[in-house]
Design a binder for this molecule. Structure first.
Ligand SMILES: Cc1ncc(COP(=O)(O)O)c(C=O)c1O
Length: 463
């Protein structure tokens, strides 16, 4: 069949031209219609020809279907998307990712990734510098923040229970995270053989930060009952309130009890790039591992999540395994599969490097600063408007509020179902509120103003 064999260069060039056409259609549509019409799942097959069948699809119909699929997909990069902790596209990062797709390397070995290994190591080396980690540090990429948190827990487990890697876990391990920590910690505890019931959820203070007295108390109680506390997870930007845990103090507690100290910076760990905001990470340099997602605030296509460990020994201990059929040339240092969760691994470094190379560290700082500044602008707006009740605090990319006492669940769902805009809601202690997240580096003040105008007009008209 000519579609799948033959002159691949010309077939490829044809698809690249089609790609450009489709991408242009998407961008034009996104500007005119920043929110896609919601299509009920039951109607999808009637509205768009997504069914697969034995017969091939004729090219004209095929490209038309692709176009429809693109335009119907929720527009997570538009200026009216504030729903999850990612949004917008940095064009240079997109370029890097498109090139990674064309190259299609696996990052496991130097033999098949070559210069891409150099690029990944250069990104990791610079992240280590930003975090003021020692020269023993190293790092890698995984498919998202849940997975980099998982890697941290696995290293911690293997450090605490050395025989476990070979004989299975021998000790009663317990892990600690705040009630505001990401749900992946619990899930990962079950993947890691620790058990969800062995994760302690430490209460937070009024700002959403982990309560240190409660942390110490919980650890001491577990030791008294014969458990082995092995892992404490702190968060740099909690998922709902965007709070930063007190890292320096948590580091001391972790040291006192000989525990691994991980920082989940998936959301706003990128504060490391900004001289104005990196004080939010004070004490992070004492952590055993730190993870963060350029695919959130830095507009790098999903997935892009990095973990660095202060000592590469633990990455190697947990993730390396010999495999004669894979590692046939070069030293371990260059065969990145020796430090990774996967075997074949997508090249997630090139897109972040492509952005960083283009704008420099000062450009990354500008992206981060702009978003914290926009969040401060939005917080100011709700604080100074009596129609709003405010639940979030300074120095957070999440702005949490209710408008005229309308239940957040009702307001956000109605906005979504009416194709007005996408924003989610969250809970903290007994309150539920709209959570406006500022994570799109291409936003400007006028986009925030437009968000509030759209929300207010809709609420006043429809609710
Ligand atoms: C604090 C925190 N950690 C981890 C994650 C998970 O990241 P990912 O969606 O890349 O798995 C999130 C996602 O929003 C998060 O907010």
């Amino acid at each position: 069949m000519q579609k799948i064999s033959g002159e691949t260069d010309s077939l490829m060039l044809n698809e690249l031209e089609k790609f450009r056409e489709l991408a242009e259609n998407l961008l034009t549509d996104e500007a005119d219609n920043p929110v896609s019409e919601r299509i009920a799942y039951e109607e999808l097959h009637d509205r768009i020809d997504i069914a697969l069948s034995d017969a091939a699809t004729e090219d004209g119909a095929y490209y038309e279907t692709l176009n429809q699929v693109l335009l119907a997909t929720p527009k997570t990069s538009s200026k009216l998307f504030f729903n999850q902790l990612f949004g917008g596209r940095q064009p240079k990062a997109v370029l890097g990712d498109l090139l990674a797709v064309m190259l299609n390397n696996s990052m496991a070995t130097y033999k098949v990734a070559g210069v891409q290994v150099g690029i990944e190591k250069e990104v990791i080396r610079n992240v280590i510098g930003q975090l003021n980690f020692p020269t023993t540090a190293d790092g890698t990429f995984a498919a998202g923040g849940s997975m980099t948190n998982f890697m941290a827990m696995l290293m911690a487990r293997d450090k605490a229970d050395e025989g476990g890697r070979f004989g299975g876990i021998q000790q009663n391990l317990t892990a600690y995270t705040s009630v505001e920590g990401h749900y992946s910690i619990e899930k990962n505890a079950s993947f890691a053989g620790i058990g969800r019931d062995n994760v302690r959820h430490i209460p937070s203070d009024a700002m959403g930060r982990m309560n240190l007295t409660e942390l110490d108390k919980a650890i001491a109680a577990d030791i008294a009952s014969g458990k082995r506390p092995f892992f404490v997870n702190a968060t740099a930007g909690t998922t709902v309130l965007g709070a930063f845990d007190p890292f320096a103090e948590i580091a001391k507690i972790a040291k006192k009890y000989d525990m691994w100290f991980h920082i989940d910076g998936a959301y706003t760990g990128v504060a490391m790039f900004s001289d104005r905001r990196n004080t939010l990470l004070a004490g992070a340099e004492h952590s055993d591992s730190f993870s963060f997602n350029p695919h959130k605030m830095l507009g790098t296509p999903m997935a892009c999540s990095i973990i660095v460990a202060r000592d590469r020994k633990y990455l190697l201990d947990t993730f390396s395994n010999s495999a004669d059929y894979l590692y046939q040339t070069d030293q371990d240092e260059l065969n990145l599969g020796k430090m990774s969760l996967q075997c074949g691994r997508r090249n997630d470094a090139l897109k972040f490097w492509a952005l960083w190379k283009s704008v420099g560290t000062s450009g990354l700082a500008e992206i981060v600063d702009r978003q914290f500044d926009l969040a401060a602008f939005a917080l100011d707006y709700v604080k100074n408007n009596p129609d709003y009740t405010v639940f979030s605090h300074e120095d957070s990319a999440s702005v949490c509020f209710n408008y005229k006492g309308i239940p957040a669940n009702k307001l956000c769902t109605a906005l979504y179902e009416s194709n007005e805009l996408m924003v989610g809601f969250g809970q903290f202690k007994d309150d539920e509120f709209v959570r406006l997240v500022i994570v799109n580096g291409t936003m400007e003040k006028k986009d925030i103003v437009r968000f509030f105008a759209a929300l207010e007009n809709f609420a006043n008209k429809a609710l």
